[in-house]
Write a protein that binds this ligand. Structure first.
Ligand SMILES: [Zn+2]
Length: 486
């Protein structure tokens, strides 16, 4: 494990990046010191411009012995900054991301990277025995019974007290959930980022090992029909995560599709590098947990007014290798780790692109931030509640990143799209007026023309979706926004 970055080296990387790329990075000192008094920092990457972009939070090093993710995130930050600044793409094995892809991510997002959220744990792992312990998992807090450490990925405030599945109330356990939800400074630092940067809508907690892309829920199986079976309903307390209780955690069908589809995109971007096939599944399919990071981040939407939905994932990078060895899973030789680092970074570029709001990017030069927020509200409060509207929202979720890249690769297309979005937005934004505007034939024709252009360059899946759009648009002519979604 000699080549892995030490805790101070990761700190230095962040400072170096900020020193070398001051115009697109910012160092954020997280408010809480670790138990042993270490400072944790986030690096924020974003080009100059509005603060209304979607935010993405990437966290590594939660589990101390899982050495790959912090190195991966530090190098990811470097590669992003380098490629953006030089106007180049990034190539990982068999997968090439273009300079346009990188530009869209850095211009369209607020990217928060915390390579090492648990600096005490990593330091302990990298300290020779008998003082240190190479396979330490938790942080280094002091427990009442004299043992040390809380499993940070059981310490979040999501069904915390219910000790579900691979979770323990015993302080000496490797999956000890702590003395209270958010009892640990490290998890409070993550919460602080989410509370402070309210534009964060995407989250990945990076771990090793198993080659998985996990999404909520982790407390039990999921279902999309019975809205009374939720973590908020006390009638089911104690019955979650237990086989045969009849319980399954509710998730809106559209959310489940979006979580899974996005996961598949990331998986494909990983596989393109050197053929490793990650599995995309709800966390519970691995094992049940309470107090996990991705469940917590996603659950906030259901608990807080005005909280935007956070698409929270856990990635498990690396395999157990040719000899099915768990030690290899946590700490492979560095040469092998570098290959994992490449493939996961490719997955993260894809993940970033799915987090960019295509409407915001195309509208930002013609509409105000407030108007874009109103469009977002229209999507969530009106469009998403109608069957036809849901189809359009799903379409944008599924193909937004591909459309964005196609538009951004051609200046004329981009200008046309800007004008179309501005005119369509006008119909939507003024829908409450006494004489609301209608979709004009000319606007429909212009949309038809841009669809034709996109079809020439689209993947077969997108081409099929565009055919639907073409049909739909014809039916809009002469209607107001409210008539159109009826
Ligand atoms: Zn882990």
């Amino acid at each position: 494990m000699s080549n892995y970055l030490t805790t101070p080296a990761i700190e230095s990387c962040l400072a170096w990046l900020n020193g070398n790329y001051p115009s697109i990075t910012q160092l954020i000192r997280l408010p809480e010191l670790s138990v042993e008094g270490r400072v944790t920092r986030a690096l924020r990457i974003r080009s100059a411009g509005g603060g209304d972009r979607n935010g993405v939070l990437l966290v590594g090093g939660t589990h101390a012995r899982e050495l790959i993710p912090p190195d991966m995130l530090a190098s990811f930050a470097l590669r992003l900054c380098w490629a953006y600044t030089n106007g180049t793409g990034l190539t990982f094995g068999g997968k090439a991301w273009s300079s346009t892809d990188i530009r869209l991510a850095v211009d369209g997002l607020d990217i928060f990277i915390v390579p090492l959220i648990n600096p005490d744990g990593r330091t302990h792992v990298q300290t020779p025995a008998p003082t240190g312990y190479r396979w330490w998992r938790k942080n280094r807090s002091f427990n009442a019974d004299g043992s040390r450490g809380t499993d940070l990925n059981r310490n979040y405030d999501f069904l915390w007290q219910w000790i579900i599945g691979q979770t323990s109330a015993s302080p000496s356990s490797d999956v000890y959930h702590g003395s209270a939800p958010f009892s640990e400074p490290e998890t409070r630092n993550v919460r602080w980022l989410l509370d402070t940067y309210r534009n964060i809508t995407c989250f990945v907690d990076l771990h090793s090992y198993s080659e998985l892309i996990l999404y909520p829920w982790g407390d039990d199986n999921s279902q999309t029909t019975d809205t009374s079976q939720t973590f908020q309903n006390a009638a089911w307390d104690g019955l979650r995560g237990v086989g045969g209780s009849g319980y399954a955690e509710y998730i809106p069908a559209g959310d489940r599709t979006k979580f899974a589809d996005r996961g598949v995109k990331v998986r494909n971007a990983i596989a393109a590098v050197r053929g490793r096939a990650y599995t995309v599944e709800p966390s519970f399919d691995l094992y049940g947990t309470s107090g996990g990071s991705s469940d917590y981040t996603y659950s906030r939407y259901f608990l807080r007014r005005g909280q935007r939905k956070i698409w929270g994932y856990v990635f498990e990078t690396n395999s157990t290798g040719p000899n099915n060895d768990w030690q290899y899973g946590f700490q492979p030789p560095y040469g092998d780790a570098l290959q994992v680092i490449d493939e996961v970074q490719s997955g993260l570029v894809q993940f970033l692109l799915t987090c960019v709001c295509v409407v915001r990017e195309v509208a930002i030069r013609r509409l105000t931030v407030e108007q874009i927020d109103e469009l977002r509200l229209f999507r969530d409060e009106e469009l998403s509640k109608r069957r036809r509207g849901q189809r359009w929202v799903a379409l944008l979720d599924a193909y937004g990143d591909e459309v964005l890249v196609l538009l951004a690769s051609n200046k004329r297309l981009w200008r046309d799209a800007e004008a179309i979005v501005a005119d369509a937005a006008d119909v939507v934004l003024r829908r409450g007026e006494r004489e609301p505007p209608r979709f004009e034939r000319d606007l429909a024709a212009r949309i038809g023309r841009i669809v034709t252009e996109l079809e020439k360059r689209a993947t077969p899946e997108l081409r099929r979706a565009l055919a639907d759009v073409r049909r739909d648009v014809k039916t809009l002519v002469g209607k107001t926004a409210r008539e159109a979604i009826r």
